[in-house]
Write a protein that binds this ligand. Structure first.
Ligand code: FES
Length: 82
């Protein structure tokens, strides 16, 4: 299987987990799988932005306060693969 082009990192640190980053990761997983997006999910350690979590890093770009709905919106920029 070819390597995915883009990466979405979702903080798994304590503060972000307390702000339900697991649900954000779940949403990302659903979106990526159902639309076959060219995006790989990784969990990452605390990014030092705990008061602005959940933190998501999309291809190196840090996003703050990402809830599952926002996660879905962020992934819309990637084209669906048939
Ligand atoms: S726990 Fe996510 S930024 Fe600190």
């Amino acid at each position: 299987m070819p390597e995915k082009k883009s990466t979405v990192k979702i903080c798994a640190g304590r503060a972000c987990s307390g702000r339900f980053s697991d649900f954000v990761a779940e949403r990302a997983e659903q979106e990526i799988t159902s639309k076959n997006l060219d995006v790989k999910i990784e969990r990452c350690a605390c990014q030092g932005l705990c008061d602005r979590g959940p933190i998501v890093i999309l291809d190196g770009e840090t996003k703050t306060y990402v809830d599952p709905v926002e996660m879905g919106k962020l992934l819309k920029k990637f084209p669906e693969k048939k």
